[in-house]
Design a protein around this ligand. Sequence first.
Ligand SMILES: [Zn+2]
Length: 123
Amino acid sequence: MLLSALGSKLRVDGGVKVLTFIIETAAQAGAEISPNAFAEILGLESRLYTIQSKPGADFSEDAKSSAFLREAFKQALTCPLCGGYLDPTKSASYDHVLRKKDGGDGQAQNCQITHPYCNSLKG
Ligand SMILES: [Zn+2]
């Protein structure tokens, strides 16, 4: 194919330009190229879906799962040192916000929950 003549760094850009040209040319001719047509040409087995919900529809199981995960992640603990999610049931480290050697005490307000690895790097 022509695209393989391009260097690997230019191939994606070239592909986008070719597809854009095809779509614009088809639109000028009054034809419409659907995403499913591209999937078919590429031999992809999965289908492309446009997800739209009608007014008054019940929640699908996917919508319920998405909402649950969105809310669960909002409430999930994060490591104050790296920002990553914490699973304190598996591994967590109790870190002195102000280090002991710098005068930090053992009160709750000087304690933060971190990844053990992050705490060890803080040293
Ligand atoms: Zn961390």
